[in-house]
Each structure stands twice: as C-alpha cells, then as structure tokens.
Design a protein around this ligand. Structure first.
Ligand code: UDP
Length: 328
C-alpha cells in the first residue's frame, strides 16, 4: 500500500486531499497543528485503518515512522485575516516547515508536492497570470509574510530538486471554494454567505471592481492529483479562469441566498490585488486538466454546506484559534 503524508490535513484543502487519497487506495497520514484547521473536517476518517493523524507543527522537526511514497505540504494559514493575526507562524510554516518536509522527503526518497499560491504574483501587472510571470509583490506589506514565504518555498523546493535530485512538484493555487471552508476566515465567499445567513449586510471592500476567479474544490483536487502523478517539476497554475468582479460576485450571492440585505462598502485592505485570473494553458497541455464545475453549480453545493452549520458555528465569528497568544 502506498503511503502519503498530508500536512494541513484538518484544513479546507488538506481534508479534501485526505478523502481523495483514501479513495485512491492510499494509507494516509494526516498532520496538523490545528491553529486554523478543525478536526471536524476529518472526523469521518478516524474509524478507517488506512488513516492516522498526528497533531504536530511542521515548523518543528518532523518525524514519521515507516516508509513514505508521497508528501503533500498544505499546512499554512491561507487568508489575509490569518496573515495579519499570525504573521510569524505564516512565515515559519512556509519556510522552516517546507525545509523540514523536504528533508523528510529526501530521507524517505518520497516525491513531495508543495502548495504554492497565486499570491506569488502579488498585485499582478500581467493578466491573466502565466507561470513565467515573476510577480509584483510588496515584501513588507501585510500579505508579504505569506507571499514571500511561498516564494521562498518555491525556491527551496527547486533547490532540493536540482541539488538533491528530489522528486518535487509545485502547484500555484488560485482562489478555491467549497464545503469545509472556514466560515470566519475573512475570505470573501464565506464572508458573504455568512452575512446572508445571519441577515447582515454584505461588505464589499473598495468599490468591488477588483476581480477574482473561483475554482470549485473538487476540480482543484483533481488538478493537484494529476500534477503529483505527472513528472512535471516547474510551477503549475491550478485554478478556474472564470473571472468575476467582487461586486458581481456579491450580487450572485444575493440571488443565491435570497437575502434582502444590502451591499455596504468598506475600505480596501492594503495591497489587495486588483485582478486575478489563472492562465491554465500549461495544465491543459501537460495534465489534460481543466475545471469542469461551473460557479453556479459549485456555489449551490457550498451554500448547502454553510446552511447546515449549527447556529453556534454560524454566529461564532471570533477566531477561536487566535485566543491564545501566538507562540514563537
Ligand atoms: N472582500 C470583500 N469583502 C469581504 C471579504 C473580502 O470585498 O467581506 C474582497 C477582498 O478585498 C478581495 C476579494 O474580496 O479583493 C477576495 O478576498 P479573499 O480574502 O477571499 O482572498 P484574496 O484573493 O484577496 O486572497
């Protein structure tokens, strides 16, 4: 049986990856420090003998007994609110955490895939963004802790590939949505749906002309799985090129939820990218992959998920993980 280590296993993407690898017949070892992840996302896997879970922070030395065939490094805070609240941990998991996992991959002779991000392009001056674009990033802005950690992550991953002949993959993930997103992570989709469900006004930051391109989680997981199984070592964009302005997106959520609340406008956060759309020519050509699920379809499934959350989850907008002081 092939064995895979998935870091960030209790998070949104990590938990969907665990499901996928279990379905593919792998033995899955999940790891998470639970700072932004939730055990609720993986509790359905506890009963399986093919699944085990380690509560561990990968910024510290990582030990996993036995053989490992693959490592997927998905541990990281991943929303602008998180970076503001836990900037040092965000930097550490992308840099020290990646270094530890590359070392583990080397000692186990495993293939490692690291989760990079469209944030490596910063507030892009090239549109849509293809993998050859180097980006436009403010290293000392609020997003810098995430963007630069991920850029370092790509650099050290390539270095391990070049100097140690390690099997590596780098996926650049664009905005993704679906069930198990954290309702209170500040991201635009859970923010709008949460506001609609609580009967609050929808908050648009800036004038809403900024754009994003949203990919449904199942499509993203398929792209990542194909990339891992390929032999492609340069960065690969995975995302849905269907671009929409945040204002139009808010109107879609209003229609979807039937809320009678209005849109209110708030200040645009510093360094908020004005436009974002993946160029997925490379993924199409090399992986034969493109997204299949339309936004209208994906949003319905995601809305059902949020509707079924308990009132406690819906109204608890405080970030439980940050109640404790950050440990350095
Ligand atoms: N945004 C918004 N209202 C909200 C939350 C976010 O208008 O309540 C905007 C945010 O300023 C950004 C876009 O929605 O332009 C996407 O934000 P998100 O935090 O989801 O991810 P990003 O792509 O910026 O990392």
């Amino acid at each position: 049986m092939k064995r895979v280590l998935i870091t960030g296993a209790a998070g949104f993407l990590g938990s969907h990856l665990c499901d996928r690898f279990i379905r593919e017949g792998f033995h899955v070892i999940g790891m998470d420090n639970l700072i932004t992840g939730s055990l609720k996302n993986i509790e359905h896997l506890y009963k399986l003998k093919e699944f085990e879970f380690y509560h561990h922070d990968v910024s510290k030395f990582v030990h996993v007994p036995g053989k490992l065939d693959y490592i997927l490094h998905f541990a990281s805070p991943a929303s602008p609110i998180d970076y503001l609240k836990i900037p040092i941990q965000t930097l550490k998991v992308g840099s020290l955490g990646t270094h530890n996992l590359l070392g583990l991959a080397k000692s186990k002779k495993a293939c490692i895939l690291v989760a990079s991000t469209s944030e490596v392009y910063g507030d892009p001056l090239v549109h849509p963004q293809n993998e050859d674009y180097w980006g436009h990033v403010n290293p000392v802005g609020p997003r810098g802790v995430y963007d630069e950690a991920k850029r370092f992550q790509e650099a050290i991953t390539m270095a391990y590939h070049t100097y140690h002949n390690l099997e590596t993959r780098i996926v650049r993930i664009f905005n993704t949505y679906g069930p198990r997103m954290r309702l209170n992570d500040g991201r635009v989709l859970p923010a709008f749906i949460g506001q609609a469900l609580r009967g609050e006004d929808l908050t648009i930051f800036g004038d809403g002309s900024q754009t994003r391109s949203f990919c449904y989680v199942d499509d993203l997981i398929e792209g990542i799985y194909r990339l891992l199984m390929s032999d492609y070592t340069n960065p690969m964009n995975i995302g849905n090129p269907d671009e929409i302005s945040i204002k139009d997106f808010a109107e879609e959520i209003i229609r979807l939820t039937g809320t009678t609340q209005k849109i209110i406008y708030k200040e645009l956060p510093t360094d908020d990218p004005k436009q974002r759309q993946p160029d997925i020519t490379r993924a199409k050509k090399i992986l034969g992959w493109e997204p299949k699920i339309k936004r209208s379809e994906g949003l319905k499934i995601t809305y059902e998920y949020f509707k079924n959350l308990s009132p406690e989850e819906l109204y608890n907008t405080a970030h439980r993980s940050f109640e404790k002081k950050e440990q350095f």
